[in-house]
Design a protein around this ligand. Structure first.
Ligand SMILES: NC(=O)c1ccc[n+]([C@@H]2O[C@H](COP(=O)([O-])OP(=O)(O)OC[C@H]3O[C@@H](n4cnc5c(N)ncnc54)[C@H](O)[C@@H]3O)[C@@H](O)[C@H]2O)c1
Ligand SMILES: [Zn+2]
Ligand SMILES: [Zn+2]
Length: 391
Protein backbone atom coordinates (compact mmCIF):
# COMPACT_ATOMS: atom_id res chain seq x y z
CA UNK A 1 0.00 0.00 0.00
CA UNK A 2 1.24 3.55 -0.64
CA UNK A 3 1.99 5.57 2.52
CA UNK A 4 -0.99 7.73 3.55
CA UNK A 5 -0.88 11.53 3.46
CA UNK A 6 -2.87 14.40 5.01
CA UNK A 7 -6.18 14.85 3.16
CA UNK A 8 -8.22 17.05 5.53
CA UNK A 9 -7.11 19.89 7.84
CA UNK A 10 -8.23 17.70 10.78
CA UNK A 11 -6.01 14.73 9.80
CA UNK A 12 -2.83 13.45 11.38
CA UNK A 13 -0.35 10.85 10.17
CA UNK A 14 1.04 8.41 12.73
CA UNK A 15 4.04 6.10 12.46
CA UNK A 16 2.72 2.97 14.13
CA UNK A 17 4.94 1.37 16.78
CA UNK A 18 2.50 -1.24 18.19
CA UNK A 19 -0.85 -2.48 16.93
CA UNK A 20 -3.08 -5.07 18.59
CA UNK A 21 -5.06 -7.85 16.97
CA UNK A 22 -8.52 -7.86 18.55
CA UNK A 23 -11.17 -10.54 18.95
CA UNK A 24 -13.27 -8.26 16.72
CA UNK A 25 -10.73 -8.77 13.92
CA UNK A 26 -11.43 -12.48 14.16
CA UNK A 27 -15.06 -11.81 13.18
CA UNK A 28 -13.75 -10.33 9.89
CA UNK A 29 -11.26 -13.15 9.53
CA UNK A 30 -14.10 -15.63 9.29
CA UNK A 31 -17.80 -14.88 9.83
CA UNK A 32 -17.82 -11.31 8.49
CA UNK A 33 -15.28 -12.12 5.77
CA UNK A 34 -17.88 -11.41 3.05
CA UNK A 35 -17.75 -7.70 4.01
CA UNK A 36 -14.03 -7.41 3.24
CA UNK A 37 -12.84 -5.84 0.00
CA UNK A 38 -9.45 -6.19 -1.62
CA UNK A 39 -7.12 -3.51 -0.30
CA UNK A 40 -8.82 -3.16 3.09
CA UNK A 41 -6.30 -2.59 5.89
CA UNK A 42 -7.41 -4.08 9.21
CA UNK A 43 -6.51 -3.01 12.72
CA UNK A 44 -8.01 -0.61 15.25
CA UNK A 45 -5.68 -0.79 18.26
CA UNK A 46 -2.65 1.28 17.23
CA UNK A 47 -0.24 3.58 18.96
CA UNK A 48 2.78 5.38 17.61
CA UNK A 49 4.54 8.64 16.95
CA UNK A 50 2.94 11.64 15.25
CA UNK A 51 4.63 12.33 11.90
CA UNK A 52 2.51 15.16 10.55
CA UNK A 53 -0.65 17.08 11.51
CA UNK A 54 -3.19 19.11 9.52
CA UNK A 55 -3.60 22.84 10.33
CA UNK A 56 -6.64 22.26 12.58
CA UNK A 57 -4.90 19.72 14.80
CA UNK A 58 -3.40 21.57 17.74
CA UNK A 59 -3.36 19.27 20.81
CA UNK A 60 -0.66 17.02 19.32
CA UNK A 61 2.48 17.75 17.32
CA UNK A 62 5.06 15.77 15.34
CA UNK A 63 7.16 13.64 17.67
CA UNK A 64 4.39 13.13 20.27
CA UNK A 65 3.66 9.62 21.47
CA UNK A 66 -0.06 8.87 20.99
CA UNK A 67 -2.66 6.12 21.30
CA UNK A 68 -5.49 6.12 18.75
CA UNK A 69 -9.02 5.25 20.01
CA UNK A 70 -10.74 2.76 17.74
CA UNK A 71 -13.85 4.92 17.23
CA UNK A 72 -13.42 7.90 14.94
CA UNK A 73 -15.35 10.74 16.54
CA UNK A 74 -15.52 14.49 16.02
CA UNK A 75 -15.75 15.58 19.66
CA UNK A 76 -18.41 18.25 19.09
CA UNK A 77 -21.66 16.68 17.74
CA UNK A 78 -24.69 15.87 19.93
CA UNK A 79 -23.43 12.31 20.58
CA UNK A 80 -19.83 13.31 21.30
CA UNK A 81 -20.98 16.08 23.66
CA UNK A 82 -22.89 13.39 25.52
CA UNK A 83 -19.76 11.21 25.54
CA UNK A 84 -21.39 8.61 23.27
CA UNK A 85 -18.33 8.66 21.03
CA UNK A 86 -19.15 5.35 19.34
CA UNK A 87 -22.31 7.02 18.04
CA UNK A 88 -20.64 10.16 16.58
CA UNK A 89 -23.03 11.77 14.11
CA UNK A 90 -20.25 13.36 12.07
CA UNK A 91 -18.56 10.09 11.12
CA UNK A 92 -21.67 7.92 11.36
CA UNK A 93 -21.85 5.26 8.64
CA UNK A 94 -25.43 5.85 7.55
CA UNK A 95 -25.30 3.68 4.40
CA UNK A 96 -24.84 0.65 6.62
CA UNK A 97 -27.16 1.94 9.35
CA UNK A 98 -24.24 1.90 11.81
CA UNK A 99 -22.76 4.24 14.40
CA UNK A 100 -19.42 6.05 14.24
CA UNK A 101 -16.80 4.99 11.70
CA UNK A 102 -14.09 2.69 13.01
CA UNK A 103 -10.53 2.12 11.91
CA UNK A 104 -9.93 -1.00 9.87
CA UNK A 105 -13.42 -2.40 9.89
CA UNK A 106 -14.28 -2.63 6.18
CA UNK A 107 -17.28 -1.05 4.48
CA UNK A 108 -19.38 -2.03 7.51
CA UNK A 109 -17.84 0.88 9.42
CA UNK A 110 -16.79 3.41 6.82
CA UNK A 111 -13.94 1.63 5.01
CA UNK A 112 -11.26 3.60 6.91
CA UNK A 113 -7.76 2.08 6.45
CA UNK A 114 -6.69 0.54 9.74
CA UNK A 115 -3.69 0.44 12.03
CA UNK A 116 -2.05 -2.91 11.28
CA UNK A 117 0.29 -0.95 9.04
CA UNK A 118 3.49 1.09 9.18
CA UNK A 119 1.64 4.40 8.83
CA UNK A 120 -1.90 5.44 9.66
CA UNK A 121 -3.95 8.40 8.53
CA UNK A 122 -6.05 9.51 11.51
CA UNK A 123 -9.22 11.41 10.51
CA UNK A 124 -10.77 13.74 13.16
CA UNK A 125 -7.32 13.94 14.76
CA UNK A 126 -8.20 17.25 16.45
CA UNK A 127 -10.23 15.05 18.78
CA UNK A 128 -9.15 11.37 18.71
CA UNK A 129 -5.46 10.81 19.57
CA UNK A 130 -4.56 10.51 23.24
CA UNK A 131 -1.10 11.73 24.27
CA UNK A 132 0.85 9.37 26.52
CA UNK A 133 4.12 9.94 28.39
CA UNK A 134 7.55 8.88 27.16
CA UNK A 135 9.36 6.15 29.01
CA UNK A 136 7.43 2.94 29.72
CA UNK A 137 7.04 0.28 27.00
CA UNK A 138 4.19 0.46 24.46
CA UNK A 139 2.21 -2.29 26.16
CA UNK A 140 1.58 -0.02 29.13
CA UNK A 141 -0.48 2.29 26.89
CA UNK A 142 -1.52 0.48 23.71
CA UNK A 143 -4.62 -1.08 25.32
CA UNK A 144 -6.10 2.41 25.84
CA UNK A 145 -7.10 2.16 22.16
CA UNK A 146 -9.70 -0.54 22.81
CA UNK A 147 -9.18 -3.32 25.38
CA UNK A 148 -9.12 -1.18 28.53
CA UNK A 149 -11.95 1.26 27.73
CA UNK A 150 -14.06 -1.63 26.41
CA UNK A 151 -13.51 -3.58 29.62
CA UNK A 152 -14.07 -0.47 31.76
CA UNK A 153 -17.38 0.23 30.02
CA UNK A 154 -18.41 -3.43 30.34
CA UNK A 155 -17.85 -3.24 34.11
CA UNK A 156 -19.65 0.13 34.30
CA UNK A 157 -22.62 -1.29 32.38
CA UNK A 158 -22.61 -4.42 34.56
CA UNK A 159 -23.56 -2.11 37.46
CA UNK A 160 -22.25 -4.49 40.12
CA UNK A 161 -24.14 -3.46 43.28
CA UNK A 162 -22.17 -1.28 45.66
CA UNK A 163 -19.01 -1.29 43.55
CA UNK A 164 -17.53 2.17 43.51
CA UNK A 165 -20.97 3.71 43.24
CA UNK A 166 -21.86 1.70 40.12
CA UNK A 167 -24.95 -0.26 41.02
CA UNK A 168 -27.37 0.46 43.84
CA UNK A 169 -26.06 -1.21 47.02
CA UNK A 170 -28.09 -4.21 48.06
CA UNK A 171 -30.50 -3.69 50.95
CA UNK A 172 -29.58 -5.42 54.19
CA UNK A 173 -26.24 -6.35 52.70
CA UNK A 174 -23.48 -3.81 52.94
CA UNK A 175 -21.03 -5.94 50.98
CA UNK A 176 -20.42 -5.17 47.33
CA UNK A 177 -21.82 -7.60 44.75
CA UNK A 178 -20.40 -10.38 42.64
CA UNK A 179 -19.61 -10.53 38.92
CA UNK A 180 -19.21 -13.40 36.45
CA UNK A 181 -17.26 -12.80 33.24
CA UNK A 182 -17.84 -15.21 30.35
CA UNK A 183 -14.84 -15.38 28.02
CA UNK A 184 -11.29 -14.81 29.24
CA UNK A 185 -9.84 -13.33 26.08
CA UNK A 186 -8.11 -9.95 26.45
CA UNK A 187 -11.43 -8.18 27.05
CA UNK A 188 -12.62 -10.68 29.66
CA UNK A 189 -9.25 -10.67 31.44
CA UNK A 190 -9.37 -6.89 31.80
CA UNK A 191 -13.05 -6.91 32.84
CA UNK A 192 -12.06 -9.20 35.73
CA UNK A 193 -9.09 -7.06 36.78
CA UNK A 194 -11.01 -3.78 36.57
CA UNK A 195 -13.92 -5.17 38.60
CA UNK A 196 -11.48 -6.36 41.27
CA UNK A 197 -9.65 -3.05 41.24
CA UNK A 198 -12.98 -1.28 41.73
CA UNK A 199 -13.95 -3.51 44.64
CA UNK A 200 -16.24 -6.32 43.50
CA UNK A 201 -16.64 -8.87 46.30
CA UNK A 202 -15.79 -11.81 44.05
CA UNK A 203 -15.12 -12.16 40.33
CA UNK A 204 -15.78 -15.44 38.51
CA UNK A 205 -14.23 -16.09 35.08
CA UNK A 206 -15.46 -18.73 32.63
CA UNK A 207 -13.56 -20.06 29.61
CA UNK A 208 -12.44 -23.33 28.07
CA UNK A 209 -8.82 -22.63 27.13
CA UNK A 210 -6.31 -23.69 29.82
CA UNK A 211 -3.81 -20.82 29.50
CA UNK A 212 -6.62 -18.24 29.56
CA UNK A 213 -8.01 -19.78 32.75
CA UNK A 214 -4.50 -19.82 34.22
CA UNK A 215 -3.90 -16.16 33.42
CA UNK A 216 -7.15 -15.21 35.17
CA UNK A 217 -6.26 -17.36 38.18
CA UNK A 218 -2.93 -15.68 38.64
CA UNK A 219 -4.83 -12.40 38.88
CA UNK A 220 -7.07 -13.70 41.65
CA UNK A 221 -10.12 -14.66 39.59
CA UNK A 222 -12.24 -17.63 40.69
CA UNK A 223 -12.31 -19.60 37.43
CA UNK A 224 -14.84 -22.08 36.10
CA UNK A 225 -13.64 -24.39 33.32
CA UNK A 226 -16.55 -24.74 30.89
CA UNK A 227 -15.12 -28.00 29.53
CA UNK A 228 -15.35 -29.70 32.91
CA UNK A 229 -18.56 -28.15 34.16
CA UNK A 230 -21.79 -29.76 33.04
CA UNK A 231 -24.05 -26.80 33.71
CA UNK A 232 -22.12 -23.56 34.16
CA UNK A 233 -25.16 -21.60 35.38
CA UNK A 234 -25.83 -24.19 38.10
CA UNK A 235 -22.16 -24.16 39.10
CA UNK A 236 -22.21 -20.36 39.47
CA UNK A 237 -25.43 -20.46 41.46
CA UNK A 238 -23.82 -22.89 43.86
CA UNK A 239 -21.00 -20.42 44.37
CA UNK A 240 -23.38 -17.53 45.09
CA UNK A 241 -25.87 -18.68 47.74
CA UNK A 242 -28.04 -20.36 45.11
CA UNK A 243 -29.02 -17.04 43.51
CA UNK A 244 -26.46 -16.45 40.77
CA UNK A 245 -23.97 -13.57 40.46
CA UNK A 246 -25.43 -10.05 40.73
CA UNK A 247 -23.97 -9.07 37.36
CA UNK A 248 -22.70 -10.97 34.34
CA UNK A 249 -20.52 -9.81 31.45
CA UNK A 250 -20.52 -11.61 28.10
CA UNK A 251 -17.03 -11.08 26.67
CA UNK A 252 -17.32 -13.94 24.17
CA UNK A 253 -19.42 -12.73 21.26
CA UNK A 254 -20.66 -14.33 18.10
CA UNK A 255 -18.11 -17.10 17.79
CA UNK A 256 -18.89 -18.94 21.01
CA UNK A 257 -17.87 -22.55 21.14
CA UNK A 258 -20.54 -25.16 21.70
CA UNK A 259 -23.41 -23.72 19.65
CA UNK A 260 -24.00 -26.18 16.80
CA UNK A 261 -26.73 -24.32 14.86
CA UNK A 262 -24.89 -21.03 14.73
CA UNK A 263 -21.74 -22.87 13.73
CA UNK A 264 -23.59 -24.53 10.84
CA UNK A 265 -24.92 -21.20 9.58
CA UNK A 266 -21.41 -19.73 9.77
CA UNK A 267 -20.02 -22.65 7.81
CA UNK A 268 -22.75 -22.36 5.18
CA UNK A 269 -22.19 -18.63 4.92
CA UNK A 270 -18.56 -19.44 4.18
CA UNK A 271 -19.57 -21.36 1.07
CA UNK A 272 -22.02 -18.87 -0.41
CA UNK A 273 -21.02 -16.18 -2.88
CA UNK A 274 -20.18 -13.04 -0.93
CA UNK A 275 -23.23 -10.80 -1.58
CA UNK A 276 -25.55 -13.64 -0.60
CA UNK A 277 -23.54 -14.51 2.48
CA UNK A 278 -23.41 -10.87 3.57
CA UNK A 279 -27.21 -10.59 3.34
CA UNK A 280 -27.61 -13.79 5.28
CA UNK A 281 -25.42 -12.51 8.09
CA UNK A 282 -27.17 -9.15 8.23
CA UNK A 283 -30.72 -10.42 7.99
CA UNK A 284 -30.41 -13.86 9.47
CA UNK A 285 -30.07 -15.04 13.04
CA UNK A 286 -26.67 -16.62 12.75
CA UNK A 287 -24.91 -15.86 16.00
CA UNK A 288 -23.77 -18.66 18.20
CA UNK A 289 -25.97 -17.72 21.10
CA UNK A 290 -25.18 -20.42 23.63
CA UNK A 291 -23.11 -18.16 25.89
CA UNK A 292 -25.55 -15.26 25.77
CA UNK A 293 -28.34 -17.64 26.77
CA UNK A 294 -26.17 -19.02 29.57
CA UNK A 295 -25.58 -15.50 30.92
CA UNK A 296 -29.36 -15.02 31.07
CA UNK A 297 -29.71 -18.28 32.97
CA UNK A 298 -26.77 -17.45 35.26
CA UNK A 299 -27.48 -13.91 36.48
CA UNK A 300 -29.53 -13.66 39.63
CA UNK A 301 -33.11 -12.43 39.41
CA UNK A 302 -33.13 -8.65 39.17
CA UNK A 303 -29.48 -8.62 38.06
CA UNK A 304 -27.71 -6.96 35.14
CA UNK A 305 -26.12 -8.40 32.00
CA UNK A 306 -23.48 -6.38 30.21
CA UNK A 307 -22.78 -7.43 26.67
CA UNK A 308 -19.40 -6.50 25.36
CA UNK A 309 -18.93 -9.41 22.95
CA UNK A 310 -20.14 -8.43 19.48
CA UNK A 311 -23.17 -10.09 17.93
CA UNK A 312 -24.20 -9.53 14.34
CA UNK A 313 -27.48 -11.23 13.45
CA UNK A 314 -30.66 -9.20 12.99
CA UNK A 315 -33.21 -11.79 14.07
CA UNK A 316 -31.42 -13.86 16.67
CA UNK A 317 -33.94 -15.58 18.94
CA UNK A 318 -33.82 -14.42 22.55
CA UNK A 319 -35.59 -15.98 25.57
CA UNK A 320 -37.77 -12.96 26.31
CA UNK A 321 -39.97 -14.85 28.71
CA UNK A 322 -37.02 -15.62 31.00
CA UNK A 323 -35.60 -12.15 30.59
CA UNK A 324 -38.90 -10.58 31.58
CA UNK A 325 -39.66 -13.00 34.37
CA UNK A 326 -36.17 -12.65 35.89
CA UNK A 327 -36.50 -8.87 35.67
CA UNK A 328 -33.14 -8.48 33.97
CA UNK A 329 -31.38 -5.40 32.77
CA UNK A 330 -29.35 -5.74 29.60
CA UNK A 331 -26.81 -3.12 28.51
CA UNK A 332 -24.46 -3.26 25.56
CA UNK A 333 -22.65 -1.41 22.84
CA UNK A 334 -19.37 -0.45 21.37
CA UNK A 335 -17.02 1.23 23.82
CA UNK A 336 -17.08 5.04 23.95
CA UNK A 337 -13.30 4.94 24.19
CA UNK A 338 -12.52 8.59 25.02
CA UNK A 339 -15.08 8.64 27.79
CA UNK A 340 -13.02 6.32 30.00
CA UNK A 341 -9.49 7.58 29.31
CA UNK A 342 -9.40 9.88 32.35
CA UNK A 343 -10.34 6.97 34.60
CA UNK A 344 -7.73 4.68 33.07
CA UNK A 345 -4.75 6.98 32.54
CA UNK A 346 -3.64 7.09 36.20
CA UNK A 347 -3.80 3.29 36.38
CA UNK A 348 -1.61 2.71 33.30
CA UNK A 349 0.81 5.46 34.34
CA UNK A 350 1.28 3.86 37.79
CA UNK A 351 4.55 1.88 37.77
CA UNK A 352 2.99 -0.63 40.17
CA UNK A 353 0.82 -1.67 37.16
CA UNK A 354 -2.42 -2.22 39.13
CA UNK A 355 -4.26 -3.69 36.11
CA UNK A 356 -1.34 -5.91 35.13
CA UNK A 357 -1.23 -4.57 31.56
CA UNK A 358 2.29 -5.96 31.34
CA UNK A 359 0.82 -9.45 31.78
CA UNK A 360 -1.54 -9.69 28.80
CA UNK A 361 0.38 -9.81 25.51
CA UNK A 362 1.71 -13.29 24.82
CA UNK A 363 3.23 -12.47 21.42
CA UNK A 364 4.95 -9.50 19.84
CA UNK A 365 5.47 -10.10 16.15
CA UNK A 366 6.61 -8.06 13.16
CA UNK A 367 3.92 -6.99 10.71
CA UNK A 368 4.97 -9.47 8.04
CA UNK A 369 4.06 -12.29 10.43
CA UNK A 370 0.46 -11.06 10.71
CA UNK A 371 -0.98 -14.06 8.76
CA UNK A 372 0.63 -16.42 11.29
CA UNK A 373 -0.51 -14.19 14.16
CA UNK A 374 -4.14 -14.26 13.01
CA UNK A 375 -4.00 -18.02 12.65
CA UNK A 376 -2.61 -18.80 16.12
CA UNK A 377 -4.89 -16.20 17.75
CA UNK A 378 -7.98 -17.65 16.11
CA UNK A 379 -7.05 -21.29 16.70
CA UNK A 380 -5.79 -20.52 20.23
CA UNK A 381 -2.48 -22.21 19.45
CA UNK A 382 0.96 -21.51 20.83
CA UNK A 383 -0.51 -20.02 24.02
CA UNK A 384 -1.76 -16.96 22.12
CA UNK A 385 -3.95 -14.70 24.26
CA UNK A 386 -3.08 -11.20 23.02
CA UNK A 387 -0.88 -10.42 20.04
CA UNK A 388 0.79 -7.10 19.34
CA UNK A 389 2.21 -6.40 15.91
CA UNK A 390 5.30 -4.23 15.85
CA UNK A 391 5.73 -2.62 12.41
N1 LIG B 1 -17.93 -3.66 22.73
C1 LIG B 1 -16.79 -3.29 22.15
O1 LIG B 1 -16.54 -2.10 21.90
C2 LIG B 1 -15.77 -4.33 21.87
C3 LIG B 1 -14.42 -3.97 21.73
C4 LIG B 1 -13.47 -4.99 21.56
C5 LIG B 1 -13.88 -6.30 21.48
N2 LIG B 1 -15.20 -6.61 21.55
C6 LIG B 1 -15.70 -8.00 21.48
O2 LIG B 1 -15.41 -8.65 22.69
C7 LIG B 1 -15.30 -10.06 22.43
C8 LIG B 1 -14.02 -10.59 23.07
O3 LIG B 1 -12.87 -10.02 22.45
P1 LIG B 1 -11.42 -10.59 22.76
O4 LIG B 1 -10.42 -9.72 22.07
O5 LIG B 1 -11.27 -10.80 24.22
O6 LIG B 1 -11.52 -11.96 21.91
P2 LIG B 1 -11.22 -13.50 22.13
O7 LIG B 1 -11.78 -14.16 20.93
O8 LIG B 1 -9.79 -13.73 22.47
O9 LIG B 1 -12.08 -13.88 23.42
C9 LIG B 1 -13.20 -14.69 23.43
C10 LIG B 1 -13.04 -15.72 24.55
O10 LIG B 1 -14.27 -16.44 24.70
C11 LIG B 1 -13.94 -17.78 25.00
N3 LIG B 1 -15.09 -18.65 24.76
C12 LIG B 1 -15.53 -19.13 23.56
N4 LIG B 1 -16.60 -19.92 23.76
C13 LIG B 1 -16.84 -19.93 25.08
C14 LIG B 1 -17.81 -20.60 25.89
N5 LIG B 1 -18.74 -21.39 25.35
N6 LIG B 1 -17.77 -20.38 27.24
C15 LIG B 1 -16.82 -19.58 27.80
N7 LIG B 1 -15.88 -18.92 27.06
C16 LIG B 1 -15.89 -19.11 25.73
C17 LIG B 1 -12.74 -18.05 24.11
O11 LIG B 1 -12.01 -19.19 24.53
C18 LIG B 1 -11.95 -16.75 24.27
O12 LIG B 1 -11.05 -16.81 25.35
C19 LIG B 1 -15.36 -10.21 20.90
O13 LIG B 1 -16.69 -10.55 20.52
C20 LIG B 1 -15.04 -8.83 20.41
O14 LIG B 1 -15.60 -8.56 19.14
C21 LIG B 1 -16.14 -5.64 21.76
ZN1 LIG C 1 -11.18 -4.26 19.09
ZN1 LIG D 1 -19.15 13.47 16.97
Amino acid sequence: MPDPGIQEPTDAIIRVTSSGICGSDLHLYEVLGPFMSEGDILGHEPMGIVEEVGPQVTHIAPGDRVVIPFNISCGHCFMCENKLYSQCETTQVREQNKGAALFGYTKLYGEVPGGQAEFLRVPQAHSGPVKVPEGPADERFVYLSDVLPTAWQAVEYAAVPGVNGLGTPLDGNTQPGTLAVFGLGPIGQMCCRIAQQRGAREVFGIDLVPERLEMAERHGVHTVDARETGNVADALRELTDGRGPDSVIDAVGMEAHGAPFGKLAHTLAGFLPDPVAAKMIEKGGIDRLSVLHTTIDTVRRGGTISLSGVYGGMVDPMPLMDMFDKQLQLRMGQANVKRWIDDLMPLVCDDADPLGVEDLATHKLPLDQAPHAYEVFQKKQDGAIKILLTP
